[in-house]
Design a protein around this ligand. Sequence first.
Ligand code: PRP
Length: 207
Amino acid sequence: MKKVKKSSNRASTNSSPGQAPGESVRVLISRSRIRRRIQEIARQIRTDFPSEPLHLVGVLKGAVFFLADLAREIPGEVSFDFIAVSSYGKNTHSSGQVRLTRDLDSSVEGKIVIVVEDILDTGMTLQYLLRVFQQRKPKALRVAVLLDKPDRRITPVRADYVGFSIPNAFVVGYGLDYAERYRNLLDVGILKLPEPPEPPEPEVHPA
Ligand code: PRP
């Protein structure tokens, strides 16, 4: 689940399926733009590694759709696996406390590994994962992210393949969630949450 407190989510409204009362989603990146960009990234990856088998590693859960679409657009031999990480307290990534909650099924030693992420935000998750993977001696290690929020970075990590660089808005859809909802939206959108109720007027008594 993306961190809620750290993003500003104010946007104009539009309805979308599965939303809770008062919530709305405005499309930021349409499904057709996502599809075209993934085709470009897939071509770029194959150009960089013209004939080698590629091993994609998706970071659960947000990367599932990006990995599924990317894997099918890359020609030639492609395998994939999944890994899951968790940070202590979803709103405190900056603590740096990332841990592995699901490891890979097979070794990455000697493979050309492409870590596939839905979003690169503070970079804490990716920094941790890159350290883990480097210790496992892949032949090459690259990173593909669908979305990049460069303004939010607190670590010096970068992705080799970036779908879209986006501003610091709270985004959902195409794998990205809010409280586990909205992952199934076909487009990436900006989530608007209901405004908190006005505080009651203070009682004023005559002196
Ligand atoms: C998201 C995303 C990345 C991470 C990026 O995962 O999928 O793994 O946050 O944030 P960072 O750059 O600040 O570390 P999340 O923890 O929301 O889990 P999810 O993919 O299961 O929704």
